[in-house]
Design a protein around this ligand. Structure first.
Ligand code: ADP
Ligand code: MG
Length: 682
């Protein structure tokens, strides 16, 4: 679309760019944050404290004074009463502009002052007595430094005049959903008449807002469905059914799979046999046994003569997977390679060579796996553990690794997560993901009992830790999260370690933290796993995946600082063996309301699904998706909690539109996507 957008001055275009506004339609969809009412003029004596009003006044005198700092003082009269306007930031030209006799309309709060009524730094404009009042509320748009509201407002108004605002949605659909016309909705939101309910606008419950939110969700659903279709036209290695190696693996395994594990494995196997890339999430609460299912999927790829990449978000977890995969697969003569960021250059080169030659059949590692210089020979399956911890881009990069030159071949993807996806999220951001759920824990587990203990009772907690270790069990002591400073967090961990070592001279105490060299980290974890260490002081590096079944007590310090999913993950490190396990959440008073609620939820729930539901409510979907830092746009207008009904409606509508009105669907998508390629998908 040409026209007004291209005619904007370069400086303005640059500012709009920062706001992500690149086209006329982007401007049309740039909706106000709130409104100000300039449709009425309030008499000075009727202005109430705390209320924003518009006052008309005539200037009597203006001067720049220094009391105590430089300010522009403008004395005026409004309806026979005195009114003083004070400006703290001003241009020299403003002093000239506010000359005696000039008529102003000023918007702001009126306060009683020493010399009568005052307005502090009001927004104002110079008018004539017969200048008409605006007919609509004045929109206040989200903006960026240096881009004035009136410039943005004009750009939006021009865009509204120029854009084709024809409604692409079938009238029958709109009638069925009770949604208003597109153009009318937009105009109402950009220029609401003064009689529109301010509350309905602010709460975004007005039908016009609902229409826009529906359209946004519809665009997202359309994008997902189209992506799904594209995936169906992409090829992947169709893997042979499991063979002799799998049989041996299962015979060697110390336990038998749970029914839930077996069912999930069947679902994965059916996907892997297809010539289209699998995109499946294996979901199961912490400790439900996802790793062995992943290993069996990997084995199927190996049996078909292809390679597998297994990626984990932390060194500790990656190393643990490497140890497990090697222990399971080496007896079957399957070669397992290892790649991590902290490897020596020489070692890494050797591993990369094994990967390139195809000699390495399974490659376990951290994000080092998707670095440029790693080229797989025949990658057919990418397994991503704790998928929500990776950015979307990182996952895409790993997928690229298995893409052939023509770009038509992609690896199957198996993602694993202990964070269950609430229903509305599953229908939106994860709409293109198939999900298998391990909804059963291995037998013999005992639920973890959670206790909330104030830091004032620390001594009792210490006694309890000692008793547990003396009885031959093992314990974790998790140091507080200090978000502001990694150095401080490290220091705290070392201090805690010293304190606990002194407190328990007869116990073997270890320390593990993120700054420890990988080899040392691995050594400490191995000592703890073997039982040589009884108490492990740790930072939150043990949050994911770490598996030591004999550990049955966990103390989390300053639990009030931690997020729900983090605490749930940490707590999942215990309760993995036969002994009854306890997790003590030590907290420091006073508690914020939010922290109190998080602790209550942890106390009341052990089910990861319930916890995730609360987490979504408290924090919004960004964190759950692992998309916060990925830069991929999320929903701007719709809210998955309050607009759940619209999510369902949009899902149905997307299917019907692609079937019955494909061109309208394309138009709708183009408008909403603008320059973007696709909505976030995982
Ligand atoms: P998560 O789902 O949290 O990744 P893991 O895969 O680490 O869980 O498994 C947790 C523990 O349970 C491991 O020690 C694993 O060997 C064990 N495990 C897995 N499946 C079973 C099973 N069917 N029976 C008994 N133990 C199992
Ligand atoms: Mg795991």
């Amino acid at each position: 679309m040409g026209g007004s957008f291209e005619r904007l001055p370069a400086a303005v275009r640059k500012q709009l760019d920062k706001l992500g506004l690149h086209s006329v339609f982007d401007l049309v969809l740039h909706l106000p944050l709130r409104y100000e009412d300039e449709t009425r003029i309030t008499a000075l004596r009727d202005a109430r404290a705390g209320e924003t009003v518009q006052i008309e006044a005539v200037v009597e005198a203006s001067e720049v004074v220094f009391r105590p700092r430089r300010l522009l003082l403008c004395r005026a009269r409004s309806g026979g009463e005195a009114l003083t306007l004070r400006f703290f930031h001003f241009y020299p030209s403003q002093l000239k502009q506010l000359a005696p006799g000039v008529r102003l309309r000023a918007v702001g709060e009126v306060r009683p002052g020493f010399f009568g009524a005052e307005m502090i730094h009001p927004r104002y404009r110079v008018v004539r007595a017969d200048t008409p009042l605006p007919q609509a509320l004045t929109p206040i748009y989200p903006t960026t430094a240096g881009l004035a509201q009136h410039v943005l407002r004009k750009a939006v108004t021009d865009a509204l005049a120029e854009a084709d605002l024809g409604d692409p949605l079938p009238p029958a659909l709109l009638r069925a959903l009770g949604l208003p016309d597109f153009e009318r909705s937009l105009r109402l939101l950009h220029q609401p008449p003064p009689d529109v309910s301010a509350e309905a606008l602010q709460l975004r419950s007005h039908p016009a807002w609902r229409r826009i939110k529906f359209d946004e969700l519809l665009a997202q659903q359309l994008s997902m469905r189209l992506h799904h279709r594209r995936r169906q036209s992409t090829r992947a290695h169709a893997l042979a059914p499991p063979g002799a190696l799998t049989g041996t693996f299962l015979e060697n395994l110390a336990f038998s799979l749970t029914d839930a594990q077996r069912r999930c494995l069947e679902e994965i196997r059916a996907d892997l046999a297809l010539a289209h890339p699998m995109q499946r999430l294996l979901q199961g609460d912490v400790g439900s046994g996802k790793t062995v299912v992943a290993a069996l999927a990997a084995l199927q790829a190996v049996e078909s003569g292809t390679q597998v990449a297994v990626m984990a978000p932390t060194e500790i977890l990656a190393e643990q997977h490497h140890a497990k995969f090697a222990a399971w697969l080496a007896p079957l003569n399957v070669s397992v390679a290892w790649l991590s960021g902290s490897q020596s250059r020489k070692d890494k080169r050797a591993q990369v060579a094994r990967i390139e030659s195809g000699e390495a059949q399974v490659v376990v590692g951290t994000h080092a796996l998707f670095q440029e210089q790693v080229a797989f020979r025949r990658l057919a399956l990418a397994i991503v553990d704790e998928q929500h911890r990776f950015g979307v881009h990182q996952r895409l990069a790993l997928r690229q690794k298995g893409t052939d030159e023509e770009g038509t071949m992609q690896p199957h993807q198996l993602m694993m997560s202990a964070t269950p996806i609430p229903r509305t999220l599953a229908m939106t951001f994860f709409a293109d993901l198939d999900v298998s759920v391990i909804d059963e824990l291995p037998p013999g587990r005992t639920p973890v009992v959670t206790k909330l203990v104030s830091d004032a009772r620390r001594d009792e907690v210490l006694a309890r830790v000692r008793d547990a270790c003396m009885e031959g069990r093992q314990a974790y002591w998790v140091c507080p999260l200090i978000e502001e400073s990694e150095a401080l967090q490290l220091q705290t961990a070392m201090d805690t370690y010293e304190t606990l070592r002194t407190a328990f001279p007869d116990l073997a105490v270890g320390l593990v933290h993120g700054r420890l060299p990988a080899a040392d980290k691995g050594a400490v974890m191995a000592q703890f796993a073997s039982g040589a260490l009884q108490l492990l002081v740790a930072t939150t590096v043990i949050e994911v995946g770490v598996d030591v079944p004999n550990a049955s007590l966990m103390v989390i310090e300053h639990a009030e600082r931690m997020g729900l999913s983090q605490m749930h993950q940490l707590r999942g490190r215990v309760g993995r063996g036969a002994a009854a396990s306890v997790c003590i959440l030590l907290f420091q008073n006073p508690l914020s309301d939010n922290a109190r609620e998080r602790l209550r939820i942890m106390y009341e729930h052990t089910d990861g699904f319930e916890i995730a539901r609360h987490d979504l409510r408290i924090r919004g979907p960004g964190e759950l998706l692992g998309a916060r830092q990925s830069g991929v746009p999320m929903l701007r207008f719709a809210d998955l909690e309050t607009d759940a009904d619209l999510v369902e409606a949009a899902r149905d509508a997307a299917a019907r539109m692609l079937r019955d009105h494909p061109q309208a669907a394309q138009l709708h998508l183009r408008r909403w996507m603008g320059a973007r390629q696709e909505y976030l998908r995982v």
